[in-house]
Design a protein around this ligand. Structure first.
Ligand SMILES: [Zn+2]
Length: 54
């Protein structure tokens, strides 16, 4: 697992297609869903929303 500082190197991925990875926000080329921040997606799996981590 990558466990380095990913603040600068953010990756965006599609919730439905983990193989889709982009270094900038956008839409999934397969389903058109909005790409989500990979870190937050892992932290909050199952939800379609990005909840703030308090
Ligand atoms: Zn997709």
């Amino acid at each position: 697992m990558e466990n380095k500082n990913m603040q600068k190197d953010k990756k965006y991925t599609c919730p439905m297609h983990p193989e889709i990875q982009s270094d900038q926000p956008g839409n999934c080329p397969k389903c058109g869903m909005k790409l989500v921040d990979k870190d937050k997606q892992q932290a909050r799996k199952g939800t379609g929303r990005l909840l703030p981590l308090v």
